[in-house]
Design a protein around this ligand. Structure first.
Ligand SMILES: Cc1cc2nc3c(=O)[nH]c(=O)nc-3n(C[C@H](O)[C@H](O)[C@H](O)COP(=O)(O)O)c2cc1C
Length: 324
C-alpha cells in the first residue's frame, strides 16, 4: 500500500505508543523491518502554544525512514493549525511523511476532554477534523480508530467512512472498543467489515505479536497493512519474523547477544536524545520486555530498576549473556 508517496512493500508499521515509540524504538524497529513508524501522540493544542516538551516528542531524524506524526485534539481549527506547524517539522529536524490523527486513545484524561476515542461519538466531527487538517497540509492525513466506544456502539465503519469523505489517505483500526481498553482480544470481524467498505487503505491493528498472528490477521481481514504495538516493545525482531513469513522465507531468531546488543543500542539512542536522567528510568519497561524470557530475568530486572547510569544497565544486561 501507499501512504501518499510513501510505498510500503511488506506493509509493516510500528504503532504510535506514548512513552515507547520514540526515536530509539522507531530506529530499532526500522532496523528489523518496520517500513513506517508513528511518533508518540502529540497534543495539537500544545503545538499551537509552542510548547517545548511537545516539540521534543515531535523530533524526527533523517535516518529514521518514513515517520508519521500523530496529533490528538478535538477542535478542527486547532488541529488544522497544529498540522500546518508540524508539517514543516521541528526546527533542525526532518518533517513527517504524514499526519496521523488519534481517534482511539481510551485514557480518561483524554477521553473526558472529548479527544482520542471520544471523537468516535461524533462521526460528523471526525469528518470536519479530517477535512480541516487535509486543507492545512500537503502531506497525507491518516486516522487511527478503535472498533467503537463500547459494544453497544460499534461504529468504526461509520467513522472510517467519515474520515474517507474528509480526505483521509488511510485508516488504522484497532479492533477493540474504548471500554475494552486492552482487555480480551482485538475483533477481526469488525476490521474485515470496515475493509470491505472502504476505498482507502485499511491498516489492521491489535494483538499481532508473531508471524502466525500477522498472517492470521491478514487472512481474516484482507487488510492492506499491519500495525504492531506492544508486540514490538523489547522485541523489534517481530518485524523481521513477520517479514520473513510474508516472503515465505525461513527465519532465524536473534541470539541472546544480539538481543542484549539491540537493547543497549536502543538505550544509548534514547540517552543521546534525552539524557541519562530521563532515558534510564523510561527504559526500564522496555528492558524488562527484552529480557523477559531469559534465565535470571527477575534478578536482572531488579538490577536494571536500581540503575541510574548506562554503565550500570550495561553491567546488568551482560549478566543475561552470562546466564543464558
Ligand atoms: C503504552 C501504550 C501507549 C499507547 N499510546 C498510543 C498513542 O499515543 N496513540 C495511539 O493512537 N495509540 C496508542 N496506543 C495504542 C496502540 O497504538 C495500539 O493501537 C494498541 O496497543 C493495540 O495494538 P497492539 O495489540 O499491537 O499493541 C498505545 C498503547 C500502549 C500499550
Amino acid at each position: 500500500m501507499n501512504v501518499g508517496n510513501t510505498e510500503l512493500k511488506a506493509g509493516l508499521i510500528l504503532a504510535p505508543m506514548a512513552g515507547f515509540s520514540d526515536r530509539a524504538m522507531r530506529l530499532a524497529c526500522r532496523r528489523y523491518g518496520a517500513e513506517y513508524t508513528v511518533t508518540e501522540m502529540v497534543s495539537a493544542k500544545a503545538v499551537t502554544f509552542g510548547d517545548k516538551k511537545t516539540a521534543k516528542i515531535a523530533r524526527i531524524c533523517a535516518d529514521e525512514g518514513p515517520v508519521a506524526l500523530q496529533l490528538f485534539g478535538s477542535e478542527p481549527d486547532v488541529m488544522a493549525r497544529a498540522t500546518e506547524v508540524m508539517s514543516r517539522g521541528v526546527d533542525g529536524f526532518v518533517p513527517p511523511v504524514a499526519i496521523d490523527i488519534n481517534m482511539g486513545c481510551p485514557v480518561n484524561k483524554i477521553f473526558s476532554n472529548g479527544e482520542g476515542s471520544a471523537l468516535m461519538r461524533d462521526p460528523e466531527l471526525i469528518y470536519r477534523i479530517v477535512k480541516a487538517t487535509v486543507g492545512a497540509t500537503d502531506l497525507p492525513v491518516t486516522v487511527k480508530l478503535r472498533a467503537g466506544i463500547d459494544r453497544e456502539h460499534i461504529n468504526a465503519l461509520e467513522c472510517a467512512l467519515a474520515a474517507e469523505s474528509g480526505g483521509a489517505a488511510a485508516v488504522a483500526l484497532h479492533g477493540r472498543t474504548r471500554v475494552e481498553m486492552y482487555s480480551g482480544r482485538a475483533n477481526r470481524e469488525i476490521i474485515a467489515n470496515v475493509k470491505k467498505s472502504l476505498r482507502i487503505p485499511l491498516i489492521a491493528n491489535g494483538d499481532i505479536t508473531s508471524a502466525e498472528e500477522a498472517l492470521d490477521m491478514l487472512r481474516a481481514t484482507g487488510a492492506d497493512a499491519l500495525m504492531i504495538g506492544r508486540g514490538a516493545i523489547g522485541n523489534p525482531f517481530v518485524f523481521a519474523e513477520i517479514k520473513a513469513a510474508l516472503a515465505g522465507e525461513p527465519y532465524t531468531p536473534p541470539t541472546v547477544e544480539e538481543r542484549v546488543e539491540c537493547a543497549l543500542l536502543e538505550i544509548r539512542t534514547a540517552i543521546a536524545d534525552k539524557g541519562e536522567r530521563i532515558a534510564i528510568p523510561e527504559a526500564r519497561g522496555r528492558i524488562a520486555m527484552y529480557i523477559r524470557s531469559f534465565r535470571g530475568a527477575a534478578q536482572i530486572r531488579a538490577a536494571v530498576n536500581r540503575a541510574t547510569t548506562y554503565i550500570e544497565v550495561e553491567d546488568a544486561l551482560h549478566q543475561v549473556i552470562i546466564n543464558n
